[in-house]
Design a protein around this ligand. Structure first.
Ligand code: ADP
Ligand code: MG
Length: 358
């Protein structure tokens, strides 16, 4: 096992990249600590699989380097990297039994048969395959085959890291929930570095101690689930994480402070003195009805179980707020306020200034 360091890494699938859009990964620097449980979260097409394949060696980056500990592995072939990788779709040996499929990575490493038996039994139990060990893999459903792929990824514990690329996509929802918590348990037990790629915030936030959020080939923020939720460094993170996402409200900026139609809005941070336009970022949980607030009009109320989502228009801008179940909701014209400690100014998408940043 080793720390994984990516330095000045960039990748283009084009032979001759010119514009920004030609790069699937823009220059990035990242360190993955030995033994960490990481999620790599971002929308489809943002470069997650590209990044994972560079770590495992299936892809050589256009520039930059990959180190495992002190060793530069950028040019090292994948089979010498000691990485286990589980792909989005099943990769199994159809003619072999489920048992032999699970045993394969261990036998390949000349592990003794007694250890193979014990390890296969443990992994089969975890992936719910115990009753199918003697069956041929070709007879299983897509769901069953993906469980084999997952099991094969987990069976070796002497690897530098285990990489999962949206491994639960083809798994049925009930089993998905079960496998997700088992993966987390397994990580706690074997303490191997795991990198779990997903576009699903719930999967990322339940699995990972640290989440790397990507958008269009760039890392936008790395943090614990709490940090991402509480202090998004970019409006994309605020919008992508949480349900409903953060409100992003255009505002004027004067002497570093935010104004909506000339009314000052207190915030946790300040912008640079030269800035004149920005956006206020505030989660719906931190917007309240308040007699001293800004004028707003309630346009829609939706029931979301233990709370309601109230959509308002405030000085021409849509603003959502969350009201606890049973709380009185004004029928039309009202006033709303933003909690200053949880309201931040963003400029060109990024959290303004160093002050207020986590
Ligand atoms: P994600 O896994 O986040 O969905 P990918 O890493 O697969 O994203 O893709 C990142 C970008 O690179 C996308 O624009 C995608 O179309 C492009 N891409 C991915 N694989 C290839 C390939 N083999 N050839 C050309 N372009 C590719
Ligand atoms: Mg992908």
């Amino acid at each position: 096992m080793a720390r994984i360091t990516l330095s000045n890494l960039a990748h283009s699938y084009r032979p001759d990249p010119v514009s920004d859009a030609d790069w699937a990964l823009k220059e990035l620097n990242l360190e993955w600590d030995d033994g960490g449980a990481y999620a790599l979260l971002g929308p489809s097409g943002c470069g997650k699989t590209t990044l994972l394949n560079i770590i495992s060696g299936l892809l050589t980056p256009t520039h930059g380097s990959v180190h495992f500990g002190d060793e530069d592995v950028t040019q090292l072939p994948t089979e010498k990297r000691h990485i286990a990788q589980v792909f989005q779709f099943p990769v199994v040996y159809d003619t072999m039994t489920v048992y032999d499929n699970l045993a394969f990575p261990l036998r390949n490493r000349h592990v003794d048969e007694a250890t193979v038996r014990a390890k296969v039994a443990e992994i089969a139990e975890m992936t719910d395959l115990t009753s199918m060990l003697d069956r041929r893999a070709s007879g299983l459903t897509a769901d069953g085959k993906q469980k084999i792929s997952l099991g094969r990824g987990l069976v070796r514990t002497d690897v530098n890291a285990i990489l999962f690329d949206e491994p639960l996509t083809v798994i049925d929802p009930h089993l998905k929930f079960q496998l997700r918590s088992k993966l987390k348990e397994l990580h706690n037990r074997i303490a191997n570095t795991m990198i779990y790629v997903t576009h699903d915030q719930t999967e990322a936030l339940t699995f990972a101690d640290k989440v790397v959020v990507m958008n269009v080939g760039e890392v936008v923020q790395i943090g614990t689930p709490e940090e991402l939720f509480e202090t998004p460094q970019h409006v994309f993170v605020g919008h992508f994480i949480g349900s409903p996402g953060m409100n992003v409200i255009p505002c004027d900026v004067k002497d570093g402070a935010a104004f909506i139609d000339g009314v000052r809005v207190a915030t946790a941070n300040e912008a640079d003195a030269a800035v004149t336009k920005g956006e206020l970022g505030v989660r719906p949980e931190f917007v309240t009805f308040s007699d001293d607030g800004l004028e707003a009009k309630v346009v829609k109320v939706s029931d979301a179980g233990r709370f309601s989502i109230v959509e308002t228009v405030c000085h021409g801008k849509p603003v959502k707020l969350v009201a606890p179940e049973g709380a009185p909701i004004p029928s039309e014209t009202t006033r709303i306020a933003f909690k200053p400690d949880n309201t931040r100014i963003y400029v060109d998408g990024w959290l303004a200034g160093a002050r207020g940043a986590a």
